[in-house]
Design a protein around this ligand. Structure first.
Ligand code: NAG
Ligand code: NAG
Length: 319
């Protein structure tokens, strides 16, 4: 019994000593997101146990990136190892400031990864880690045709380009009815020197295809729609139906169609009326038809001559 009691006391002492060594806790945001070319904030703060009333004094802070040997930022007993691209996020940080967040001035794709933050204070030490992910928005896609002047009566290829995005995204094609085209498509991905992605997608269009309007949409890595471009294949070469929807032509087209329909109808009505009129006149003129024929024969007889001659040359039997 006595030995068990002694063991229990030792255990309690051991635990409290262990706890006494970790009066502080480094708490970090698990996921930090940054935009390419902008600054990144990697958030970590030092928290003290509730029964500690004094603000601890920070002796050492070291920020390191996993896989990189050299520390990015070191504060060691009042001395700061400076690096222009990495600094404490707090503008005038001092050893009583528990916000030890790291600021990366100009974020690149290589900055993605896991970061360790190690803190030593007069109340104990602790280390934690945090993650940084980087995104870059793709440029607005642009569609070009090959050959340059394709029409609905020629085969051709539409090429869509979107550049400078990260992580790798996707280009997708949709037709007039917003149906996605998966066939006859090649997508090409190239990486720029800065680790960003350029996307290029080619869509083959056959002559006399029932579809003439195509949309190319760029989606980011998590499937979110970023931007799009539209292209309409013209009926005739040279007719303006370049990028986007030309609202003017959309309005003008129906007006022209309706206008010509009305004009056509009017023309038909006028012709119909005139015909009826002529027919009426002809019917009333029927009794004179005989005379007409005689004159005609006379004309043909007097071929080549003028009217006066014709009269004189006209045979008496026909007059
Ligand atoms: C730490 O400091 C940065 C920069 O001033 C600030 O944006 C961030 O909100 C601070 N974090 C906390 C938890 O106070
Ligand atoms: C993708 O786009 C969606 C919607 O625009 C956005 O909420 C998301 O954060 C983006 N993801 C990436 C990885 O860029």
């Amino acid at each position: 019994m006595a030995s068990t009691g002694i063991l229990l006391i030792f255990t309690v002492i051991f635990i409290s000593v262990g706890e006494g060594r970790t009066f502080i806790n480094v708490e970090c945001k698990t996921e930090n997101r940054a935009l390419y070319g902008q600054s990144s904030l990697l958030e970590c703060v030092v928290k003290t146990a509730q029964d500690v009333t004094d603000v601890p004094q920070i002796r050492v802070v070291t920020w390191k990136k996993k896989g990189v040997e050299k520390a990015l930022l070191v504060f060691n007993r009042g001395r700061m190892e400076d690096n222009s691209n990495y600094s404490f996020a707090e503008p005038s940080w001092n050893d009583k400031n528990m916000n030890v967040s790291l600021l990366i001035a100009n974020t690149t794709v290589e900055d993605e990864g896991v970061y360790d933050c190690m803190v030593m204070t007069n109340s104990g030490d602790n280390t934690n880690h945090t993650n940084l992910s980087v995104t870059a928005k793709y440029s607005k896609p642009t569609i070009k045709s090959i050959p340059e002047n394709i029409t609905r009566n020629t085969d051709g290829t539409l090429v869509c380009n979107a550049s400078g995005g990260y992580p790798q995204g996707q280009l997708r094609w949709f037709d007039d009815n917003n149906v996605e085209w998966t066939k006859s498509i090649d997508m090409e991905v190239t990486k720029t020197g800065h680790g960003l992605f350029n996307l290029s997608s080619s869509l083959k269009v056959m002559r006399e295809s029932p579809f003439s309007k195509f949309t190319c949409v760029v989606f980011n890595a998590s499937g979110g729609k970023e931007d799009e471009d539209r292209y309409e294949i013209p009926d005739e070469p040279g007719t303006t139906s370049e990028h986007g929807s030309d609202s003017a032509s959309r309005i003008v087209a129906p007006v022209v169609v309706i206008g010509s329909l009305i004009a056509g109808l009017l023309l038909v009505l006028v012709l119909f009326n005139r015909r009826r009129h002529q027919q009426n006149r002809r019917q009333s003129a029927t009794p004179l038809m005989g005379d007409h024929r005689e004159v005609r024969t006379c004309e043909s007889y007097a071929e080549g001559g003028d009217h006066q001659e014709m009269d004189t040359k006209c045979p008496d039997s026909l007059a």
